[in-house]
Design a protein around this ligand. Sequence first.
Ligand SMILES: [Zn+2]
Length: 96
Amino acid sequence: MTDLMVQIEGETYPLTDCFWVRANRVGCAVSSVRPDLYSELIATPERAQREFSPTKRQRAADAKHGMQHLLLSPVQWAERAKPCLVGRCDHRPTVG
Ligand SMILES: [Zn+2]
């Protein structure tokens, strides 16, 4: 597998070290996927979105709800996505 390099906030990483993260409109991660899940690398946000939303209808709903598909470095993933995925982030608005 070729080592495709990506730049995230000025730092260069092998794509396969990074994570595609699906986040809602406030940036709360709801799911993530490795770029090297299959033999074909997931290299674009559009391709990543298709993992989570295979149908056109789902992708239209994503757009409506402001879902985002972001490539995060391992450090960013640990800081921004992991707390969400384990339910310990501060994104959830307080009710009321
Ligand atoms: Zn969150």
